[in-house]
Write a protein that binds this ligand. Structure first.
Ligand SMILES: Cc1cc2nc3c(=O)[nH]c(=O)nc-3n(C[C@H](O)[C@H](O)[C@H](O)COP(=O)(O)OP(=O)(O)OC[C@H]3O[C@@H](n4cnc5c(N)ncnc54)[C@H](O)[C@@H]3O)c2cc1C
Length: 409
């Protein structure tokens, strides 16, 4: 019998070290950033880089990368507990150098990059001396369907000439390179084989960042990019010609799950706050924790968080064991994103006006959480794929069992 949810003493010690680092180093720095209104940009950058230096010195660096790239060499189940601890603080994943989109880009480069590409692009990401972005979404066509991408790359001798329009490119203003997805094939056999990935140095002539997009959580680094006659050397193609879709899907599997790991941390914080507030607030003759209506919110959130943790651990287990994980990651991504929104919403409800204010982190968390339901695969697209796999399982085997995690139960 090999199902075992306990951690080895070494991993438990590691989890506690991450927790300790987040509580004693990252959280106070975050409080300083929030409270010191006169902190100038240079001091702010210095604070952030110092967090990274400390994480690196403590060996809490690149939990998702192999040791030969300076990482901690963890599997995905082990990574789940590190990410879930790190994301208890907003800057935690940044400090450990395991935040999106760099984390997903590192996986992609590690798997698809040539030796030269790895040295030039992956090495500085791992060393923390460069940042990157992933440029796929376009304003004119549905981001949910990358077969519609209009940005084109046309070969001209030893170069590719790229024209197009991208938006919501996270981190583009800080990035020293982009993984860009462009259409290279006119009539591919499969619509999914139309696109190719390129490594683009930033800045480059022809790559123009025209604006920072203001979102419901402010302007935090999502850019609109106009691409005009951008020339990229043929050697900067990442993966093969027509492999852009496959590469994007490969990148999104573990990257979606890493989002789930961080969302679990956020949901847990919201639930902790919900319970703490319900034990303090008195109304109509008793504390809130004694009201059935509040207990239901606590109970629903607890059950959903538990489900989320099991789904993420199981999907991570499947990745670690080289089993097909598409359906499990899809189901986890959909469930955890929705669970996160519901739990934060309930926590705001229990806090009343305080929850709506920016005196607690809840309002900020709520604004951030909303994107989880449509980015990296909208809810409805995941549901479409999950249903297709369930129907296929039934057609093949007259049973839906395979589609529900293929568990021995
Ligand atoms: C904060 C943030 C950061 C982002 N960072 C990046 C980034 O770094 N790089 C990048 O390339 N992109 C990024 N994106 C873009 C993101 O990947 C897209 O928003 C996402 O893929 C959805 O595409 P879209 O916005 O064009 O919505 P659309 O594709 O237009 O979809 C809109 C809605 O239509 C519905 N829908 C779509 N297809 C179907 C279907 N088949 N069945 C039923 N309903 C459907 C869904 O409800 C969906 O929410 C980011 C977005 C946000 C908000």
């Amino acid at each position: 019998m090999s199902i075992d949810f306990t951690l080895s003493p070494e991993l438990e010690e590691l989890r506690m070290r991450v927790r300790d680092f987040i509580t004693t180093v990252v959280a106070p720095a975050e409080a300083q950033i929030k409270n010191e209104a006169d902190l100038d940009r240079a001091e702010y950058i210095h604070l952030l880089l110092d967090l990274r230096r400390q994480a690196h010195d403590l060996g809490l660096w690149l939990p998702h990368m192999p040791e030969e790239w300076g990482g901690m060499g963890l599997g995905h189940v082990e990574l789940a507990m590190v990410q879930a601890e790190a994301a208890k603080a907003y800057y935690g994943p940044f400090a450990l150098n395991c935040m999106a989109p760099d984390e997903g880009n590192m996986h992609t480069l590690l798997h698809w990059g040539t030796d030269e590409q790895k040295e030039r692009y992956l090495r500085p990401l791992c060393e923390g001396t460069a940042m990157s972005c992933f440029a796929m979404t376009e304003p004119e066509v549905a981001g949910s369907d990358p077969t519609l991408i209009r940005t084109t790359a046309v070969q001209d001798g030893d170069e590719w000439v790229i024209n197009g329009h991208k938006w919501f490119i996270s981190n583009a203003r800080r990035a020293s390179f982009a993984i860009l997805i462009a259409r290279t094939e006119d009539n591919p056999d499969l619509p999914q084989a139309a696109n190719t990935a390129f490594l683009v140095d930033v800045p480059s002539e022809g790559w123009e960042r025209v604006r920072e997009i203001e979102t419901m959580h402010g302007g935090t680094g999502h850019s609109e990019i106009v691409i005009e006659d951008l020339r990229v050397p043929a050697a900067h193609m990442l993966g093969g010609r027509g492999h852009g879709h496959m590469l994007g899907q490969y990148r999104l599997g573990p990257a979606r799950l890493a989002h789930c790991m961080r969302w679990i941390a956020q949901a847990e914080t919201a639930l902790d706050m919900m319970v703490e507030r319900s034990l303090e607030r008195f109304s109509h003759g008793s504390i809130l924790a004694e009201k059935q209506g509040i207990q239901w919110m606590i109970a629903d959130s607890t059950m959903e968080l538990y489900q989320a943790k099991l789904m993420v651990l199981h999907a991570a287990y499947r990745i670690d064991h080289r089993l097909d994980f598409k359906s499990e990651v899809s189901m986890a991504k959909h469930f955890v994103a929705n669970m996160l929104n519901r739990v934060i919403d309930r926590s705001i409800q229990v806090h009343g006006a305080l929850g709506y204010s920016t005196d607690t982190p809840l309002a900020h968390m709520y604004q951030h959480a909303r994107w989880a339901r449509f980015a990296d695969g909208a809810d409805e697209v995941h549901q479409m794929r999950i249903a297709q796999r369930t129907i296929a399982a039934f057609r093949d085997e007259r049973s839906t069992k395979r589609a529900t995690g293929d568990l021995p139960i």
